[in-house]
Design a protein around this ligand. Structure first.
Ligand code: ADP
Ligand code: ZN
Ligand code: ZN
Length: 696
């Protein structure tokens, strides 16, 4: 035993459920500092792991007869991951009911799994030599009084802060200033800036680079997101870990980056649902940012024009400090909201004539309009009027969507697709109808009705489209954004991705074509999401004084609705987020919903709905014996809203408690009972726990 005198407990991602919450043990000649990266043998494979603890072999409490294997390699070219990072990983694993190894693996760049110590050493040396050209210095703007006041509040207080600022109020400038202040105060300090989707707003990254590269060097700003190659992601992660990167700008994954000198965290558009990871370890990057900030003593700033109701409520309770920036920088006012009562329009109306007129005027003045419809494709379903056939997906409880351009029916849940049938597959009727509208159809319709409208340069109006279908290919999204920014597109049709954070300068009109659908949704967060989407969309109009007022049109937001009297639209009419939030929070309190209660969801997938629900019933049965069940309510299992996807039946069970800690205590006691249960329910394909679920 002399040469393997220590037992090392390691966080490794394994498919073994027995490892949940736990660690794997190996031997090594000497103790290793916690946080050291290592490679360990598991079966025939070698996996990346993180040292959690070293124990002298003589003191290790191991079952008799267990022969431990030695570590394969120690990656000591890298400094060990610091204690605050390990605490973050441990908290995330505990809170979201995952294994330490899984969270550690999620947090580390995949390329690390393949590198030897020598290769890693070379990476680090190459990095140091790399030199690049110096981006041009950005002109500094004079801060507004609102910006100044907010910045000094942040300097003088601890937070966490909710920066509640209108769209176009200059929140980004506040982030830049507070980050700069933190980096100046401490020459090692690091900042983390989280954004919902970096690809959609490359301007933001460019702005941080322009602001900081001239003083801190070209490598001071690193980005972390899923659009990077593995090599880039490794390079940026290393820059963060070694402290070379002073600012990390990234999507949700960046919240788990190694940032040993973290002093400030910004979560921009904090209300955005994409901060919640919806696969694997289902963590909320927004919530983890708050935990990480408190743990590391870093200031946290959440920013939004339409804060999540959780954040708004936290301000009311005094848990966050609210900072307001009500005024827009560029335009005199937010867009005027026009509610078009579609009950008074002929039944088949897609665009109200007054809206078309407003769009036409803008094209003629060289301004842009944005048309929002949250449904891609040409039509959501094909239908045979003779026999009632619909284009159902054979694998899912959903319709296949008609994509006219590619002549295909496509399922948006399982991606199965097929050629569009020439006649009804059921009765042979050649007249199959397309029901409802998608963005592809709106683009075609606008090209038709606006075909004679001319731009100031005499050219015909150009209608662009931006949705998941038109932005799949490499560079397609950037090319489309460039067309909008340089003014070659006059009207842009698209899904919610056109509403997010863009700084479109010539945009003076935004129209939501059929937003009512979201009001019919059963999900209790649907109104909150719709309101945020419409406010954010409205925020794209009138961002530059050069295109509004004297020189151009008044910025406008058009809403086509069957229910103009609905409180949500009435609040929107007055840009009244506080009123809307108050009304929603009141409803949530009456109905006993978050943020007044805490929830988790257990989901089971199986070949049949019965099998999935049986597993959940059995799980509920096991819960009855647990003392931790006190104060926790288990709802009966039900099918998920989209019950079948890719031939798998899905069921869910909601768990609710009045306090976070009661819910956590229960889940910890319960979860170990569910792993063996799965073995008894052989037809269950998988099950998972989703803590603080967002899609209910
Ligand atoms: P938000 O993030 O709140 O939507 P931005 O930070 O993008 O707003 O600011 C909107 C626009 O106003 C940007 O083009 C920005 O460059 C500009 N801006 C911000 N602050 C100032 C300022 N103090 N003076 C002049 N322009 C500013
Ligand atoms: Zn038919
Ligand atoms: Zn399908």
């Amino acid at each position: 035993m002399a040469c393997h005198a220590f037992v090392i407990h390691i966080a490794v991602q394994t498919p073994l459920h027995s490892n949940v919450g736990g660690l794997l043990s190996y031997t090594h000649g000497h103790a290793l500092p916690p946080g050291t990266l290592v490679r360990v043998p598991l079966g025939q494979r070698e996996l990346l792991g993180v040292v959690w603890e070293s124990v002298p072999a003589a003191h290790a409490d191991l079952p008799a007869g267990v022969a431990l294997r030695p570590l394969a390699q120690v990656l000591d070219a890298l400094a060990p991951l610091a204690a605050p990072w390990r605490q973050l990983v441990a908290f995330t694993a505990r809170y979201y009911q995952r294994s330490l190894g899984e969270i550690a693996a999620t947090a580390l760049p995949p390329a690390l799994r393949k590198l030897s110590n020598a290769q890693l050493l070379r990476r680090l040396q190459v990095k140091k030599k790399a030199a690049q050209t110096v981006p041009e210095q950005e002109k500094l703007v004079a801060l507004t009084a609102e910006q100044q006041s907010v910045i000094s509040q942040i300097e003088q207080n601890c937070g966490p802060f909710l920066l509640y600022g209108s769209t176009g109020s200059g929140k980004t400038e506040v982030y830049l200033h507070t980050v700069a202040a933190a980096l100046v105060a401490d020459p090692q300090a690091q900042a983390l800036v989280l954004v919902p989707e970096i690809n959609l707003t490359p301007q933001l990254l460019a702005r941080f680079e322009r602001r900081f590269a001239p003083t801190l060097g070209p490598q001071a700003v690193a980005s972390l997101h899923s659009g990077l190659t593995e090599a880039q992601r490794l390079q940026h992660w290393l820059a963060a870990h070694t402290g070379q990167a002073r600012i990390v700008l990234g999507t949700r994954m960046a919240v788990l980056a190694s940032l040993p000198q973290l002093k400030i965290i910004v979560v921009d558009e904090e209300h955005d649902p994409s901060f919640k990871q919806e696969e694997g370890a289902r963590y909320s990057a927004r919530d983890l940012a708050l935990w990480r900030g408190r743990d590391a003593g870093a200031k946290v700033i959440l920013g939004s024009a339409t804060p999540s109701l959780e954040s708004w409520y936290a301000c009311q309770q005094g848990r966050y400090q609210r900072l307001d920036m009500p005024s827009r920088i560029a335009a005199a006012a937010l867009p005027g909201v026009h509610l078009v009562n579609m009950r008074q329009q002929p039944k088949s109306t897609v665009f109200a004539p007054a809206l078309l007129q407003a769009i036409t005027e803008r094209i003629q003045r060289g301004e842009q309009s944005l048309v929002l419809l949250n449904r891609r494709g040409f039509a959501p379903v094909l239908w045979c009027g003779d026999c009632g056939w619909k284009s159902d997906c054979p694998h899912c409880s959903a319709h296949q969507v008609f994509h006219k351009g590619e002549r295909r029916l496509r399922c948006h849940h399982c991606s199965a697709s097929q050629a569009v049938p020439r006649h009804c597959p059921h009765c042979g009727n050649p007249d199959i109808l397309a029901l409802g509208h998608g963005t592809e159809q709106l683009q075609e319709a606008l090209e038709q009705v606006l075909r004679n409208v001319q731009r100031p340069d005499g050219k015909p109006a150009r209608i662009g489209r931006m949705d998941a279908d038109t932005t799949q290919g490499a560079g397609q999204l950037q090319a489309q954004l460039a067309h909008i920014h340089d003014g070659s597109v006059d009207v842009l049709v698209g899904t919610q991705m056109i509403a997010k954070g863009h700084d479109f300068r010539r945009m003076t009109l935004v129209a939501a074509i059929a937003p009512d659908a979201a009001l019919m949704s059963t999900g209790f967060r649907a109104p909150e999401r719709l309101f945020a989407l419409l406010m954010q969309a409205a925020g794209r109009a009138g961002r530059d004084a050069a295109f509004v007022g004297q020189q151009g049109s008044q910025p406008q937001m058009w809403i086509q609705t069957q229910q103009p009297e609905h409180p949500l639209y009435q609040a929107l009419l007055h840009h009244d987020y506080p009123g809307f939030a108050q009304q929603q929070l009141h409803e949530r309190q009456q109905a006993g919903m978050p943020p007044f209660v805490f929830q988790a969801l257990v989901r089971a997938d199986a070949k049949t709905q019965d099998a999935a629900q049986n597993f959940l019933h059995a799980a509920a049965q096991h819960a009855q014996s647990l003392p931790a069940l006190v104060g926790v309510f288990l709802y009966p299992p039900i099918p998920m809203a989209v019950q079948r996807v890719a031939n798998i039946e899905r069921a869910q069970m909601l768990i609710e408690a009045a306090s976070r800690s009661a819910l956590q205590k229960f889940l910890h006691a319960w979860q170990p009972l569910l792993h063996p249960l799965k073995k008894q329910h052989k037809t269950v394909v998988r099950w998972l726990v989703d803590v603080d679920p967002q899609n209910l």
